[in-house]
Design a protein around this ligand. Structure first.
Ligand code: PLP
Length: 379
């Protein structure tokens, strides 16, 4: 099955009891058993819920993963991966990554004796140099949030394999429509489902996929033990959202390309970060591992001050000033004060994330209206 067909059909059957074509919302906390231990595969809804099972199988199919699990948020999915580690273990992470992941790693898990090292993964050699015999996990984010750097998943996976470290990829920015990390050798794919997969800015959810039954078993054990699960209504909404994932992504990519090129030519704009540009430092790797370049774009204006960024941000009318990304509607964000405020300023600046950097999540509106809004905001 090809992607668009999988989005609509993989793991989804009409409800056997009624024929309902849409997966029902099984709003139940428990399931009646015929006798002690005699049940239909469902005992208690923290462990399993039929609406969730359908969604987990559906996203797993989109990621070409044998196993998939959904969580209450992207962060609880990430947390589940880290909870498979032990004190003394080390993790090497993409230097320029989502601020919430940075906060979880450094403020929550470091106090349990897990060490996180942040390296510039654009050159895989830096990963090889940082690996020790305690390194158990390589945490990759690509494209990165918000600098749109591209990390070579295949190269990093080879390094992980060689040194016995699992490789996990946060695939949120690409979505499974544009990139499938497991096919490139990664062990784990993670998503903030909240973003492109759900696609309508109405749900918070996370996903983990893997082909390794042992890893999935660990995830399942943590999922039921910690209980960070999504509710069935949210699973239903995401199942509905996925039915148009391929169509939405096509439009995000089309609009993203036009907006990126518009910004690049604009006299008031200094730098534009988008992996589709031929002069993007890792464009060749983006071309190799992605099927399109998406609708996430960051830029810095010539007047590189926080005051100028604030002035511009306030002028947007169609792009809404809000955290998050990947919804059908266009959003504009200011990473330094919003999504990446938890990263110390010196570290942010070192990664190129200046105070004036603006991030766009280009939606699926009519492109002429988006360009008109940009025009009046940055003139
Ligand atoms: N990973 C990336 C790349 C993100 O952008 C986000 C949220 O912005 C997350 C993870 C966290 O996901 P959630 O907000 O669903 O917990």
């Amino acid at each position: 099955m090809k992607f668009g067909t999988k989005a609509l059909h993989a793991g989804i059957e009409p409800d056997p009891s009624t024929g309902a074509i849409m997966t029902p919302i099984f709003q139940t906390s428990t399931y009646v058993q015929e006798g002690p231990g005699i049940h239909k595969g469902y005992e208690y809804a923290r462990t399993k819920n039929p609406t969730r099972t359908v969604l987990e199988n559906n996203i797993a199919a989109l990621e070409n993963a044998k196993f998939g699990r959904c969580f209450a948020s992207g962060m609880s999915a990430t947390e589940t991966v880290i909870k498979t580690l032990l004190p003394g273990h080390e993790v090497i992470c993409t230097g320029d990554l989502y601020g919430g992941s940075f906060r979880l790693f450094t403020k929550v898990f470091e106090q349990f004796g897990i060490k996180f090292t942040f390296v510039n993964m654009k050159d895989p050699k830096n990963v090889e140099d940082a690996i020790t015999d305690k390194t158990k996990l390589l945490w990759v984010e690509t494209p990165t949030n918000p600098m749109m750097s591209i990390i070579d998943i295949e190269a990093i996976s080879k390094i992980g394999n060689k040194h016995g470290a699992k490789v996990a990829v946060d695939n949120t920015f690409a979505s499974p429509y544009l990139q499938n990390p497991l096919d490139l050798g990664a062990d784990i794919v993670m998503h903030s489902v909240t973003k492109y997969i759900a696609g309508h800015s109405d749900v918070i959810m996370g996903f983990l996929g893997t082909n390794d039954p042992k890893v999935d078993e660990q995830f399942g054990f943590i999922q039921k033990s910690s209980g960070a699960i999504p509710g069935p209504q949210d699973c239903f909404l995401v199942l509905r959202g996925i039915k148009t994932l391929h169509l939405r992504m096509q439009r995000h990519c089309e609009n993203g390309k036009i907006v990126a090129n518009y910004l690049k030519k604009h006299p008031n704009v200094d730098k534009v970060f988008w992996p589709g540009f031929e002069d993007h430092p890792n464009h060749d790797i983006a071309k190799k591992q992605m099927r399109g370049f998406g609708g996430m774009i960051s830029f810095i204006q010539k007047e590189d001050t926080i005051e100028k960024a604030n002035e511009t941000l306030r002028k947007f009318k169609l792009f809404s000033l809000a955290e998050s990304l990947g919804g059908v509607e266009s959003l504009v964000g200011h990473p330094a004060t919003m999504t990446h405020a938890s990263i110390p300023k010196e570290q942010r600046i070192q990664r190129g994330l200046t105070d004036s950097l603006i991030r766009l999540s280009v939606g699926i509106e009519d492109i002429d209206d988006l360009i008109a809004d940009l025009e009046q905001a940055i003139k």
